[in-house]
Design a protein around this ligand. Structure first.
Ligand code: FMN
Length: 331
């Protein structure tokens, strides 16, 4: 067992927080229980109840943060051990979900070095002669990823993604929640810290202003005129992907475990030389989830948890991570 000093904990949390979370809400906190055990704490005040009514994506986000912690430990020759799952309320707004000790002596994890490079790429992709080899690398690396590289199928899925997203966006509550987590101007007090800002969304100032109106006060008139769907369409970006990658996990799997694999899959996508962005609407919408399962012949023992579009970014990307300060994450 290895002791966790406050300085080491701050370093570890600084890296663990780079894990993805739904809408970048960052629900995970950390608490040192005694010098030897660390608890993953759920900040229950941080939720996206309309986009994620069951709370599954919050748990997947916690799982990703847990994997982020494991990777941060790995870079220091340390590993998680003696994990126990608990569901222990700590305050009206927080509950510990699991706790673990730290042990020394672990083989280097090849994904640990990709943590600072990975990000959601929401721009267009460009084709490369290397795409085929990268897709083979990805398919060989993980048996929970199904890669669809067939151009007509990708074009169909791009259209489905827009239909699925639009069916959710038509909900007043959904748009309100989305706008609540969007930081469309750099003057927003949370711009650098959480939610989806204009840089992360790959929008310029004009596009960000347009998005504010299209998702806000102009949505209903534009919807009535049949214009809103075209204004919100993302299909050109999805259709430019080298592949659509289906992330499938065993039915009934603990969501924290699913989240750990979700993050590892995304890092594996980066290791193959691609950038990626999830399209949760496709897995969240029962009809489109069904269509994708049929298309890829996914067996009944697997759940289609999420869908990525992957490819090479059309311009060089300098990864940026907008995250809460470390002090706020240690409770
Ligand atoms: C469970 C889950 C679902 C997500 N769904 C989407 C999505 O549908 N669309 C999207 O653009 N990003 C999605 N994301 C990505 C997050 O918005 C992203 O990880 C977060 O904003 C942090 O940014 P980063 O990935 O660039 O570090 C999802 C992330 C998680 C963990």
């Amino acid at each position: 067992m290895s002791a966790l000093t406050p300085d080491l904990l701050r370093e570890l949390v600084a890296e663990a927080r780079l894990a993805p979370s739904v809408h970048n809400i960052q629900p995970t906190r950390w608490r040192l229980l005694d010098g030897e055990r660390l608890a993953l704490v759920d900040d229950t005040s941080v939720r996206a109840p309309v986009a994620d009514p069951s709370g599954h994506d919050v748990l997947v986000s916690h799982g990703a943060a847990l994997e982020g912690m494991s990777l941060a430990l790995n870079r220091r020759g340390l590993a998680i051990t003696a994990m126990t799952t608990i569901e222990q309320p700590l305050s009206p707004q927080s509950a510990a979900l699991c706790s673990f000790a730290i042990r020394q002596g672990v083989a280097p994890d090849p994904l640990a070095g990709l943590v600072t490079r990975r990000m959601s790429w929401r721009g267009k992709f460009v084709a490369s002669p290397e795409d085929g080899a990268s897709l083979v690398q990805l398919a060989v690396a993980r048996d929970d990823l199904v890669c669809i590289g067939d151009r007509p199928a990708i074009a169909d899925i791009a259209g489905w993604a827009d239909q699925a997203e639009y069916s959710f966006v038509r909900g007043d509550d959904y748009r309100a929640e989305l706008l609540e987590w969007m930081r469309l101007s750099p003057g927003h007090p949370h711009y650098l810290h959480d939610g989806l800002n204009r840089d992360a969304l790959a929008m310029n100032a004009v596009e960000a202003t347009a998005a504010r109106y299209v998702l806000g006060s102009l949505f209903k008139p534009l919807d009535r005129l049949g214009l809103a769907a075209a204004l919100l369409a993302d299909s050109a970006k999805t259709a430019s992907a080298a592949a659509i990658v289906l992330f499938c996990r065993p039915v009934g799997e603990d969501p924290l475990t699913t989240g750990r694999h979700f993050y590892r899959s995304w890092l594996e996508i980066d290791r193959a030389g691609f950038a990626a962005c999830p399209i949760s609407a496709l897995s969240d919408h029962p009809d489109f989830n069904d269509r994708l399962r049929k298309l890829a012949r996914i067996g009944g023992e697997l759940r289609l948890v999420n869908v990525f579009r992957v490819g090479r970014s059309a311009k060089p990307v300098k990864p940026r991570h907008f995250r809460l300060p470390v002090e706020q994450l240690i409770v």
